[in-house]
Design a protein around this ligand. Structure first.
Ligand SMILES: Cc1cc2nc3c(=O)[nH]c(=O)nc-3n(C[C@H](O)[C@H](O)[C@H](O)COP(=O)(O)OP(=O)(O)OC[C@H]3O[C@@H](n4cnc5c(N)ncnc54)[C@H](O)[C@@H]3O)c2cc1C
Ligand code: SF4
Length: 238
């Protein structure tokens, strides 16, 4: 066990002061990721700043029609919230697809978004991982990688972002993964299955797969065609 200092911040100012003055300090939310990483020796903060007493546990409706979600809202609380379930069901669905009820009861929204990758090599100090030890290599590239990325990957790391919540929030924000090639083909074209397939092919042309995760390309292609069909059917029924 490596020694570390523990600060239970009573207010935001104390938390910010602690994180700014200690170069190797880390915030602690529910601890479901950070504590695992500390046990494995992947993270070794000198100071752990517990933020769970801070007043950031509210889900507030904003006057402009938006919603503000506190960083310390527990994942299970977010998924059960009436406003979220009725107005942003994709967020509730995203949270409920992840982890287990026990983990969701502990995990916070801030921690979910800032959790480290779930690439198994990142957690295993006996393997090469550029993210954990820059320059050491990437054992996932030639190793076990069915859950790894096919778009936006590099020759140094093929990890995916681990947070389901992050994907859902990005889709609601102005900066989702923009399918520009698909957009180019769909614009002005007839809404047929053939057009949808062509758009999916074009968008996924630069995808880089490994033997174990090549299935994701066909999965993404079919999902895109199916989603576009559903949008057409639901749009014409409305
Ligand atoms: C078995 C298992 C299965 C899982 N499956 C899924 C899944 O399917 N989908 C999914 O999305 N997730 C999954 N997770 C991950 C889980 O959702 C995260 O562990 C959890 O959301 C992290 O939240 P936490 O509050 O416990 O974060 P912590 O462990 O406390 O912190 C995680 C990181 O965020 C930082 N941090 C925490 N709070 C703040 C804050 N307020 N401000 C700034 N930085 C902060 C910490 O410093 C740390 O770096 C799984 C985890 C496990 C163990
Ligand atoms: S994909 Fe490679 S570099 Fe990235 S986290 Fe996994 S092992 Fe590390």
């Amino acid at each position: 066990m490596r020694p570390f200092a523990y600060v239970s911040a009573p207010d935001v100012a104390t938390a910010l002061h602690a994180i700014a003055t200690e170069s190797d300090a880390k915030f602690l939310g529910g601890g479901t990721n950070l504590v695992d990483l500390m046990r494995e020796g992947v993270e070794a903060p000198g100071t752990v700043v517990d933020v769970t007493r801070l007043p950031l546990k509210e889900i507030e409706e904003l006057p402009g029609g938006g919603v503000r979600i506190g960083a310390l809202v527990r994942n299970s609380h977010l998924a059960a919230d009436r406003l979220i379930r009725t107005r942003y069901p994709v967020l509730a669905q995203a949270v409920l697809t992840g982890a287990s009820a026990q983990l969701r009861n502990m995990a916070t929204v801030g921690g979910n978004l800032l959790q480290r990758t779930r690439c198994p090599y990142f957690y295993d100090g006996a393997t090469a991982c550029n993210k954990r030890a820059p320059g050491s290599g990437c054992d996932a590239i030639g190793g076990f990688n069915p859950n790894h990325g096919i778009l936006g990957v590099s020759g140094s790391c093929i990890a995916t972002h681990p947070s389901d919540l992050c994907v859902a929030l990005a889709a609601l924000d102005a900066r989702p993964w923009r399918a520009r090639e698909a957009e180019r083909i769909l614009r002005g074209a007839p809404a047929t299955e053939e057009t949808f397939r062509e758009a999916a092919e074009a968008e996924l042309a630069p995808a880089t797969s490994r033997p174990q995760n090549a299935f994701k390309i066909e999965l993404a292609r079919r999902t895109l065609v199916d989603t576009l069909w559903r949008l057409c059917v639901e749009g014409s029924a409305a």
